[in-house]
Design a protein around this ligand. Sequence first.
Ligand SMILES: [Zn+2]
Length: 165
Amino acid sequence: MKFKMTFVCKGDKTKQEMDETCDQAYAVDQESAEKAAQDVIDRFNNTLRPGESERSVVRVKFVGGYAGHDWRKSNLVTKQDSYGGMYDEYTCARCKVTSRRYGLTRTLVRDAKYKSQKYDSCEWKLKKKDPKPKKPVKPLLVKPIQKKMTGRKKVRRRKQARELT
Ligand SMILES: [Zn+2]
């Protein structure tokens, strides 16, 4: 999940703070986000290039949510589409969105049914799990049925009255 870390460069005398938003699957709360931030910084410090100086974490803020998908290759053998293009299939380990990667390009193209912007990250899945509370159902108002005097009854009564006389 996402977290924001603030760090400083050890060689920088002005101690200017810099922010970076990261995304690590194992950063699921404040504590694990702090560890993840330290891991990112350690990795950076262990692979310094000329001109770069060591960094140190100042603070970490757990954000939550996902910045991107956790793509896993799902086919063993490279596939071929109907146009002869070679591709590999990828499935997100978190939300099961699928995509393809053609040839040796670095970009993954989401499958047609996941084209919508909604599927840019796994958050659609999180939202789905938390549906809006249902509105209470109003009881139906039942009108009392009024019995109407039918015309026929009236006629019969008048007839009876005439017979009596
Ligand atoms: Zn996903």
